[in-house]
Design a protein around this ligand. Structure first.
Ligand SMILES: C[S@@+](CC[C@H](N)C(=O)[O-])C[C@H]1O[C@@H](n2cnc3c(N)ncnc32)[C@H](O)[C@@H]1O
Length: 296
């Protein structure tokens, strides 16, 4: 049986895709923005057309209009779930921004047990976790920091994304050698085991700490507030317009524990002016701490 990748490559060489006119392009851009928040500039038209076209070929649909009707219709959810994976960018890697991770290490080392029950715990949220590398990097950093301090502790990483296919890869937690090569050998051996098909699988004890769930970052406003020590949101806001970025940051801030940290991608959002957030002074990491309100 041909692999999906091989099949896709073959399809690229079939008949040219039909032209997508400007009216159709606008409809797709609007749908994408409404459902994912992503603003697709005109220069990304060929990316959109190619990926929609490949999917249409897979399901033997030859008209953008017909396919749009299918996706936008009441029964289009399943197809949308497949397409969204193809038209969003999933680039990621382990330990992508080491300086941000150092800040987390420091936070964990300094975290004090809860005065009421004596327990030491850290909850982390990887917002837009893609295929899981970011979430597992966070789990490794927290695990290491706790172990270095010889502390008995509990931690969990909640990893969310809009793409069901990416989340599934994350849940499986098995990566090729190429994807793992940004890790040094000691980390690799500590946290991964080799599989029969030559992949590196995250060891169970770390995998169990990471919970993957589908969540659209545009929908978090009305959710019950969970109290996170660290919210990590990198390489997502760049796809949104300025006001959506600010709305998302404001909504994420509600989910932080007092004293907790919100870590964004540097340069991804400017002029955050949130009454409960104070900027952490760092020249190369964009991070905020939720203020601890002093009770009178
Ligand atoms: C470029 S990846 C970033 C991955 C990871 N955060 C990193 O920095 O390596 C962007 C991810 O955002 C996800 N995404 C796009 N729009 C989203 C939305 N509205 N809600 C949640 N995730 C979204 C995509 O599915 C993709 O996996």
């Amino acid at each position: 049986m041909k692999s999906a990748h091989k099949k896709l490559n073959e399809m690229r060489h079939l008949d040219p895709l039909p032209d997508m006119d400007d009216v159709q392009f606008k409809l797709w851009v609007e749908l994408l923005e409404k459902r994912t928040g992503t603003v697709l500039p005109p220069e990304r038209k060929s990316f959109l057309v190619t990926n929609i076209g490949l999917r249409m070929r897979e399901i033997e649909c030859s008209s953008y209009k017909e396919y749009f009707g299918m996706i936008a219709g009441v029964n289009g959810l399943q197809e949308w779930n497949t397409l969204v994976d193809r038209i969003t960018v999933h680039e990621t890697r382990f330990f992508r921004h080491p300086l941000s991770l150092e800040l987390i290490e420091e936070y964990v080392i300094n975290k004090k047990p809860d005065p009421e029950n004596g327990q030491l715990s850290v909850q982390v949220w990887s917002v837009a976790c893609s295929t899981g590398e970011e979430a597992y990097s966070l789990a490794m950093i927290v695990d290491q920091a706790f172990k270095a301090g010889g502390k008995t502790s509990y931690f969990g990483v909640t990893a969310t994304d809009i793409s069901p296919a990416s989340l599934q890869t994350g849940r499986e937690g098995a990566y090729s050698e190429r994807r793992i090569n940004s890790l040094d050998a000691s980390m690799r051996d500590k946290y991964f085991s080799r599989t029969e098909d030559n992949k590196y699988k995250v060891r169970d004890y770390l995998r169990k700490r990471v919970c993957f769930a589908r969540k659209n970052v545009l929908d978090i406003a009305g959710e019950p507030v969970s109290e996170m020590d660290i919210i990590y949101c990198q390489n997502l806001l760049i796809y949104f317009d300025r006001s959506t970025r600010i709305d998302i940051v404001n909504n994420l801030a509600r989910h932080l524990l007092p004293g907790g940290m919100l870590i964004l991608g540097s340069g991804e959002v400017l002029n955050i002016n949130h009454p409960q957030l104070e900027k952490i002074a760092h020249s190369r990491v964009l991070a905020f701490r939720r203020k601890i309100e002093v009770q009178n």
